[in-house]
Design a protein around this ligand. Structure first.
Ligand SMILES: [Zn+2]
Length: 98
């Protein structure tokens, strides 16, 4: 389903939800019943966060053709610190041993 916009001369914009490709050039205005002509608007893509779009694009690109490197990137591991471990639980000492 897609949302199509129609404009009545007296009542302004009205939106109609129809299956894609089935929108007529005009519909009856829900307020007055006159013919409301179809209005073409730009798709709502401008309010997408650019950083998020970059991440989505790079994820899609690497799914088919991953970036291949021949050496370890400069700086070595991204996270050079070892993963911190949880402090030992003193209750573990009281557990029965085999
Ligand atoms: Zn109208």
């Amino acid at each position: 389903m897609a949302t199509y916009e129609y404009s009545c001369a007296d009542h302004g914009m009205t939106e109609v939800i129809l299956p894609m490709g089935t929108a007529p050039q005009s519909v009856d205005c829900p307020d007055c019943g006159q013919s409301a002509k179809r209005v073409y608007s730009s798709p709502m893509v401008s309010n997408v966060d650019q950083g998020r779009m970059k991440l989505i694009d790079s994820t899609k690109a690497s799914a088919d053709t991953p970036d291949v490197v021949s050496s370890v990137p400069r700086g070595g591991r991204i996270n050079s610190k070892p993963t911190p471990m949880a402090p030992p639980d003193p209750r573990l000492q009281k557990l029965p041993r085999p």
